[in-house]
Design a protein around this ligand. Structure first.
Ligand code: NAD
Length: 453
């Protein structure tokens, strides 16, 4: 499989992909190895993951260069992703022992009742390209700590990074048949689902998530789906520093070129502050500098998948044909790479794709509302439910609004943020199950009850 650099569309590498037979062989190896791994002490398994954090740190610059070369992510954001990944990995290293400890749960003196946790077995992790370290660690780190073997298929758009992850986990002490890389496109992902696996954990788009859920339905195995979003942000009329709010909301929409599951994808603004906010928003958006992702002065790199440029253009055209106004950007930038101008649209409404369908790129719609009720109604007018934000000085009002929004995560005066301490879960078309926090450890175990008399 050829690997392209999205910043110039040149081939930078080639990798050997898997076949139906190599996938089966890898599964057979994992099945045997997992019997030993699950009886390796929890302490020793955690030690390997702790070593992984050290190796990420030691190799950070090289890993960041590889990540930028295959995804087009600005180099500083690649470095930042690896720092964030180390912090997340450390959360599991530091907390898993406490989360997984067996518990005597009954007060009955005649019978001991013990709650403990068994690993699932051999699990499949099919991953996305937009944050291969961050979304990968949500899955493979707790899965390995819990004693599972992992067949890990990175995205075809982040395969070099996937190979690095597998290599470093091996150097960290995870046995080579416990963390096995599987490489290729969707057909290889689909082949993994045919195996007698014990769980599947997927990060990617809603349509693929549905296919995966359907493919394994008859196996009755745990399924985790971390899917897309159409995340709203609401600016109320009670706000001191509108300029700061606009700067935050620009970053939330355009970080990683808008290619984050929890990117801000639509903004509602109270009519009393609308004009002032729009003007601040446009001014911050115009400061974004697009270009070579290896040049540290650029905040916007390349769009990872070249075909996505057409989708972004279609969303802009759909909006303008129905009356939207372009404040800045609006089209791809002529070049050999996949660059799209950061685009801000006003006069938008919910008949337009830009306010309803996941954009996953540097295009945002801003809409005026006249009350909290209207904002809540519009924020909930979506089939997704990943995150939502409210900006206001009045935290009581902000929390009350957030309590009425159907999403797995709420943000008050912030956005586009993930913490390992909190569960990460989507509702509706944003997914199934939860990663991170203690819930993201239990996801990789079967709870077991033992009665001892
Ligand atoms: P995608 O669905 O195109 O691909 C994801 C993975 O699935 C890839 O590895 C691909 O090879 C594989 N795949 C494709 N078809 C398959 C099939 N039939 N069976 C098995 N595997 C198959 O998604 P993408 O473009 O890599 O990622 C972008 C999407 O991921 C966006 O929607 C984004 O919001 C979402 N995402 C969600 C989260 C989250 O935490 N909720 C995090 C990151 C990305």
């Amino acid at each position: 499989m050829k690997i392209f650099n999205p910043a110039n569309n040149e081939v930078i590498n080639e990798i050997r992909t898997d076949s139906l037979s190599s996938v089966q062989e890898k599964y057979n190896l994992a099945l045997i190895a997992q019997r030993k791994w699950k009886i390796t002490s929890l302490e020793d398994r955690i030690k390997c993951l702790s070593n992984f954090s050290k190796l990420l740190k030691e190799n950070q610059e090289e890993l960041a260069q590889v990540l930028t070369s295959e995804t087009g992510k600005p180099i500083n954001e690649s470095r930042g992703e690896i720092s964030g990944a180390i912090a997340k990995n450390n959360y599991f290293v530091e907390n898993s022992e406490q989360i997984l400890k067996s518990d005597r749960v009954s007060n009955d003196e005649t019978t001991k009742e013990i709650l403990s946790y068994d690993p699932l077995g051999v699990i499949v992790n099919i991953s996305a390209w937009n944050y291969p370290y961050l979304v990968g660690i949500n899955i493979f780190t707790p899965a390995l700590i819990c004693g599972n073997a992992v067949l890990y298929k990175p995205s075809e758009f982040a395969s070099l990074t996937g190979e690095k992850i597998v290599q470093l986990l091996g150097e960290a002490g995870v046995p080579k048949d416990i963390m096995i890389g599987v490489y290729g496109e969707g057909d290889i992902g689909a082949a993994l689902l045919e195996l007698p696996i014990d769980g599947v954990f997927f990060t990617g788009s809603h349509p693929t998530g549905v296919k995966i859920n359907q493919a394994v339905a008859s196996k009755l195995i745990p399924v985790g789906l971390e899917l897309g979003g159409k995340d709203p942000l609401y600016v109320t009329d009670q706000i001191d520093d509108l300029d700061q709010a606009a700067a935050n909301a620009v970053e939330g929409a355009f970080y990683n070129n808008g290619q984050s599951c929890c990117s801000v994808e639509r903004i509602y603004i109270h009519e009393k502050v609308y004009d002032q906010f729009i003007s601040a928003y446009e001014s911050h958006a115009r400061k974004l500098k697009v270009g070579d992702p290896l040049d540290e002065s650029n905040s916007q790199g390349a769009i990872t998948r070249s075909v996505h440029l057409n989708f972004l253009q279609e969303q802009v055209s759909d909006a303008t044909s129905k009356g939207a106004t372009i404040l800045c950007g609006g089209s791809a930038i002529e070049s050999s790479g996949n660059f799209f101008g950061p685009t801000v649209l006003t006069n938008v409404d919910h008949t337009m794709s830009i306010m309803k369908d996941e954009t996953f790129g540097p295009v945002i719609g801003l809409m005026k509302v006249s009350s909290d009720e209207e904002a809540i109604k519009l924020m909930n007018d979506t089939s997704f439910g990943l995150t939502s934000s409210v900006f206001t000085n009045n935290s009581k009002r902000g929390l009350e609004i957030l309590s009425q929004i159907n999403s797995g995560t709420g943000y008050l005066n912030c956005c586009d943020r993930v913490s390992a301490n909190l569960p990460w879960s989507g509702r509706g078309q944003s997914g199934l199950g939860s990663s991170l926090s203690k819930h993201g450890v239990y996801a990789f175990c079967h709870p077991k009850g033992t009665h001892i008399r």
